[in-house]
Design a protein around this ligand. Structure first.
Ligand code: ADP
Ligand code: MG
Length: 260
């Protein structure tokens, strides 16, 4: 479970300071899938970095499973838009690496790496290098490298936004299938409202910079979901219209701000 209490972040520069996130309080319950949307530059990545222990907050309190976050928690998984794969290592070596770092016995490492490579649909590609794979396949490898150490909390920062739309929909469906089995607590950041609604149990809207919480919506759409077909439901359209009204103002505010 993730709990934020009045979290804020001000970056201090020479002679000036900039507040990226202000007064954010929210809870992501155990096993929930929460989507965080907001215009570009509103502080989404900063907030995720704070929860991951990668960026020190300057205000408020962050708790994971009831304990204050100090440093990078060991059972947190983090997936970025850019692949964090090592280009000189094979698929197998990339997937195995997080376990080797955690000093898991070698026999177990091999078995778990093979199992995860199969689970993300890459059996047969163990000896390939990242540059020999498509964008979608590299994303699958990234998912395996993150899920193999069984994090209880998964933080995802626009992980699929660089993919073409068909590959992206495939990956979203696969993520939901994996999540149905692992039931991690997921906080999924995106600027794409459709993606957030299709995936999440709850969608939280952030304001334009500095990011604050504007509203939060429960997404009661049935599961299991197919992210493409769920868009045809009347309830999906209703939710989209309702949340877009909140988001639209923030996107416009953000646009006006960056043009200034
Ligand atoms: P988002 O992910 O929502 O697009 P970010 O969290 O990346 O937004 O950035 C929010 C704001 O904080 C941006 O205006 C960005 O320029 C600023 N920012 C991010 N990191 C730093 C930093 N290290 N120093 C100063 N400003 C930063
Ligand atoms: Mg970002």
């Amino acid at each position: 479970m993730i709990r934020l209490e009045r979290v804020g972040k001000t970056f201090d520069g020479p002679g000036s300071s900039f507040t990226a996130v202000r007064d954010v309080s929210m809870t992501v319950g155990q096993g929930r899938f929460v989507g965080l949307v907001g215009p570009s530059g509103c502080g989404k990545s900063t907030l995720l970095g704070i929860i991951a222990g990668l960026i020190p907050s300057t205000a408020g309190r962050i708790e994971l499973h009831g304990r204050a976050v100090a440093g990078v928690p060991p059972d947190i998984g983090y997936l970025f838009q850019r692949d964090a794969l090592l280009p000189w290592k094979t698929v197998f070596e990339n997937v195995a690496l997080p376990l080797l770092i955690r000093r898991v016995p070698a026999a177990e490492v091999g078995e778990r790496a093979r199992r995860w490579i199969t689970r993300v649909g890459l059996a047969g590609f163990e000896r390939y290098y990242p540059h020999q794979l498509s964008g979608g396949m590299r994303k699958r490898v990234s998912l395996a490298t993150t899920l193999i150490y069984e994090p209880t909390v998964l933080l995802m920062d626009e992980p699929f936004s660089a993919l073409d739309v068909q590959t992206r929909n495939l990956m979203e469906n696969e993520l939901l299938e994996l999540w149905a089995e692992t039931r991690n607590t997921v906080l999924f950041v995106t600027h794409d409202l459709e993606e957030a609604i299709a995936l999440s149990d709850e969608v939280v809207v952030l304001t334009a910079s500095p990011g604050r919480i504007k509203a939060s919506y429960t997404i009661g759409l049935p599961r299991p979901r197919n992210v493409v077909e769920i868009r045809f439901l009347a309830e999906f359209t209703r939710l989209y219209e309702q949340i877009w009204k909140d988001l639209r103002d923030e996107v416009q505010a953000s646009y006006a701000f960056t043009r200034a």
